[in-house]
Write a protein that binds this ligand. Sequence first.
Ligand SMILES: *Cc1c(COP(=O)(O)O)cnc(C)c1O
Length: 495
Amino acid sequence: MARPTHPKHMSPAEFREAGAAVLDWICRYWESIESYPVVSQVEPGEIRDRLPPRPPEKGESFPDIMRDVERIILPGITHWQSPNFFGYFPANASGPAVLGDLLSSGLGVQGMLWSTSPACTELETHVLDWLVDLLHLPDKFRSSGAGGGVIQDTASSATLCAMLAARERTTGFATNRQGTGRGLTAYASSQAHSSVEKAAGIAGIGRENLRLVAVDDNYAMLPDALERAVAEDLRRGRTPFFVVATVGTTSSTAVDPLRRIGEVCLRYGLWLHVDAAHAGSAAVCPEFRWIHDGLELADSYCVNPHKWLLTNFDCDCFYVADRETLVRTLSVLPEYLRNPATDSGRVIDYRDWQIPLGRRFRALKLWFVIRYYGAEGLREHIRHCVALAQDFARRIEKDGDFALAAPVPLNLVCFYHRAGNDITRLILERVNSTGKAFLTHTTLHDKFVIRLAVGSPWTRAEHIERVWHLTKEAAGDVRSAAGPDRGGDGDTSIS
Ligand SMILES: *Cc1c(COP(=O)(O)O)cnc(C)c1O
């Protein structure tokens, strides 16, 4: 039996005991999660002030460490898994995903090459092909053809990799060697995620060379405006090369018209990347697959199971139609990584599909989730969340004081109080200050808008009922505090 070299290492027997305690701790945490204020109440610096200034000289007991998790760390936790967490987009977790992650840690493999753990690579390739089936993605993204999928840490990395591959395709792989300066221009809607702008900076395109294309009344990209922007850049001697279309924008889950955008990209030879970080998971349900209409025109695609598909952060699934271009863009082969399997050309080395070299065995947790829930269980989860969000949206629509700020195609409701931005902002602050729910905001057409995203597997109808009443109560309190003169629309009645 393997034994640690040194008595200070944790033996398997000790690990068994401490591990059982940690699992038990997590179970108790999940069972009592509703008893905490959803958002951590600490002030900046408060957590550090409770930590000893210097690291311990002598090792400490595991129970002592866990006591400090409870005493010091827990107060500084915002409870993303709470059924009352409606902020941002969800960051789903689930039992099978946590256990898959734990197993991955226990195996402790580094899957940079096929040969450094064949199962790490092959399970990943296989599960990503499964996801093509589950989400009905175009066949071009399957590993059996010229394309394939890879797990990235985040959608931001996926978008950056796509932009780099597009840059190399456009410049004949010269930029990698000689640097930029060729007047490349990229395009995304004004509602695209900030990671696109970040990628344009990192990839040497320049943030100013990312054109933010206008959107329609529903915040979806206008393909004609895209085409005009591309034509204008061509006229000015620039080189359009890359378009990001978003399926489910971060502000309001607007869905860009992929087919018409894809046709523009075809006409001008542009790489189309589709960012479906949050909303893509909805395509496990046939009734939501319209969001991907036209996706077969894309060169690359990404979706984050770590947002809405019950798989703990981090897990972004990134697909390309032409893996050769991606691999040629990102591959390096130093002598110390040479091995017969790589030389044979018969294996995938995922280090060539991402920015870092090293990689964790993330496919395990996704495999666990898909097997544990089955397609049926995943569909139920998505449908449940969408139904609850739609219920909240109907309450907003029926209410005289509030209104929807954007269509609600899926699980995000954007709404505002008719008395204006200041009142809406105060209502949000008030709801959040109760600790009983957490919502975030955005702006749409200069309007301050509250966002309610439903994604937790623990959120039930009663939680929606409660956050609705909290919102109404907050509106009443804010309006009466504002007094008859400060309502914004002169309406003195207090509901
Ligand atoms: C959340 C989000 C991202 C960024 O996701 P990360 O995985 O955290 O990088 C990108 N695009 C959209 C549309 C998103 O909603």
